[in-house]
Ligand binder design. Structure first.
Ligand code: 3PG
Length: 209
């Protein structure tokens, strides 16, 4: 089982990227890297996601390449085979968690309740995605979880923006946040890599504490 602490410490913001067209994969990854962001959670929400993942893993080696939206053991296997260096799920089931932990990559399982945090802790992991962060209660909720359970580090994701990221990052149990705002669909579709680099630069500079 590989702990995900190293994944959480790469950048204050992990871009959550969804790509329809694999031709966009390398330029998007390069644009993020140019802005100082060297990590991606690429969601498996499109048919061609694994192709995009493979392209980035092979052609942009500066980027720590993770796969997100892992819902099944089969998707976890396929993502690792395509080159994913870490796995992220929006939630957990015992079967999916066990399977992800049997693979040799860091894992960030998604949790949204205290019971889920405790269940993942029982499996030996103390790094988790908190999803959907905003609707589930935001920074106040995470701060409250930190009182009885101070030994878990979270990457909150869902409904976070450049403006709200610092409210999460100042919490002692938050190492980084995730968000899709760095790669707006409109910018990707018109090939506006400069806009993505500019958004990445701002995110890379967001204050951590
Ligand atoms: C995720 O999977 O983490 C979310 O879809 C990202 O949420 P956001 O689009 O609200 O940033």
């Amino acid at each position: 089982m590989a702990d995900a602490t190293s994944v959480l410490n790469v950048s204050p913001v992990i871009p959550v990227v969804t790509l329809d067209d694999p031709q966009h994969a390398v330029p998007v990854a390069q644009a993020l890297a140019d802005g100082g962001i060297r990590i991606i959670e690429l969601t498996l929400r499109t048919e061609s996601a694994l192709t995009s993942l493979k392209l980035i893993a092979n052609e942009v080696p500066d980027i720590l390449m993770g796969a997100g939206t892992i819902l099944t053991p089969g998707q976890a296997d396929a993502a690792v085979a395509a080159g994913a260096q870490f796995l992220v799920s929006p939630g957990v089931t015992p079967g999916l968690l066990d399977h992800m932990l049997s693979l040799d990559v860091p894992v960030l399982p998604g949790v949204a309740t205290v019971g889920e945090v405790m269940a993942v802790l029982e499996s030996g992991l103390d790094t988790m995605k908190f999803f959907p962060a905003g609707p589930a209660g935001g920074p106040a909720y995470l701060a409250a979880i930190g009182a009885p359970i101070p030994n878990v580090q979270f990457c909150p994701t869902g409904g976070i923006s450049l403006a709200t990221a610092p409210e999460y990052l100042k919490l002692p149990n938050v190492s980084c946040v995730g968000g899709s705002w760095l790669t707006p669909r409109s910018a990707v579709e018109r090939g506006d890599w400069a806009q993505i680099t500019a958004l990445a630069r701002k995110a890379a500079g967001v204050s951590v504490r």
